[in-house]
Design a protein around this ligand. Structure first.
Ligand SMILES: NC(=O)c1ccc[n+]([C@@H]2O[C@H](COP(=O)([O-])OP(=O)(O)OC[C@H]3O[C@@H](n4cnc5c(N)ncnc54)[C@H](OP(=O)(O)O)[C@@H]3O)[C@@H](O)[C@H]2O)c1
Length: 268
């Protein structure tokens, strides 16, 4: 099926749509004919995005959402269904990076990262599941990371949150198979976004620096263009990035080599 017809008039909910990968996915999916629900905390950024993507603000719904406020999710799902009548795909993309050694990072910071990156995604997924399973169709997408396979230093809570997503969504995929609802896990390598600026440091403040690896990586729009055909095909696991994605295979087949290389990782 050509990509354009795979998404035409589909209702697609994207979290973390106010910047980076989420905003780029919104541009690409709107251009492919989708009707979008755009969620994140920063409403002005979401409104500006809705105003500029194909279809404009009348076609898409801006729905501010804090991924840590799981109690608000049922009402958010009601709002989406009241507006569009159904949901075709949920893209759990919102996330928070980390820069800081485990020994210096209080547990409260680990919890904040887990709340956004793990419980936020899982909570919203559980809130939409009754609708998707009753309908007997739908696609749940979760954005993990290469770090969901290879735990790099200075990102212990982030790595834990992304590894946890694989456990949850792999189990969910098997459970949902008879219902017709599909599950994809997306693992980006480096993508040029604001993730390192927004990442939490060990004090719980913002890292606020653009990392070199992010600065020289592919753009979020290139990433989105590469992702769309794989989402159209409901691929179960999707790895997109530069050479760093080979680390996933090295981790699987040569784990001791990866362990030795990671010991020498510079602090970023
Ligand atoms: N860029 C990379 O190299 C890379 C690599 C691997 C994986 N990823 C993953 O890709 C996803 C998108 O990240 P990005 O690179 O596009 O970074 P980004 O530009 O910082 O975008 C992160 C998004 O998450 C949202 N978010 C953060 N905390 C939230 C909260 N409490 N509630 C609701 N939304 C929240 C932000 O919106 P608000 O601040 O407006 O709420 C923003 O829209 C993340 O899951 C990240 O882990 C990125």
């Amino acid at each position: 099926m050509p990509i354009s017809s795979a998404f035409t008039d589909q209702v697609i909910w994207i979290t973390g749509a106010s910047s980076g990968i989420g905003a780029a996915l919104a541009r690409a999916l709107a251009a492919a004919g989708a009707q979008l629900v755009l969620s994140a905390r920063r409403e002005p950024e979401l409104q500006a995005l809705a105003a500029t993507v194909p279809g404009g603000p009348e076609r898409h719904l801006v729905l501010p959402l804090d991924l840590t406020a799981t109690g608000t999710f049922p009402a958010a799902v009601e709002t989406v269904l009241a507006r569009f009548g159904h949901l075709d795909r949920l893209i759990n993309n919102g996330g928070l990076g980390q820069r800081g050694d485990a020994a210096d990072t209080p547990l409260e910071v680990d919890r904040r990262i887990m709340e956004v990156n793990y419980f936020g995604q899982v909570g919203l997924t559980k809130a939409v599941l009754p609708h998707l399973t009753t309908r007997g169709a739908g696609h749940i997408v979760v954005v993990s990371s290469v770090v969901g396979y290879v735990a790099t230093p200075h990102r212990s809570a982030y790595a834990a949150s992304k590894h946890a997503l694989h456990g949850f969504y792999n189990a969910l995929r098997a459970e949902l198979h008879p219902t017709g609802v599909r599950v994809s896990i997306v693992c980006p390598g480096y993508v040029r976004t604001e993730i390192s600026l927004h990442a939490l440091d060990s004090s719980g403040g913002r890292h606020a620096r653009m990392d070199k690896n992010q600065a020289r990586a592919m753009s979020a729009d290139t990433f989105a263009a590469r992702l769309l055909p794989q989402l159209a095909a409901h691929k179960e696991e999707i790895l997109i990035g530069g050479r760093e994605i080979y680390a996933v295979y090295l981790q699987r087949f040569l784990p001791r080599l990866v362990s030795r290389v990671l010991r020498r990782s510079p602090k970023r």
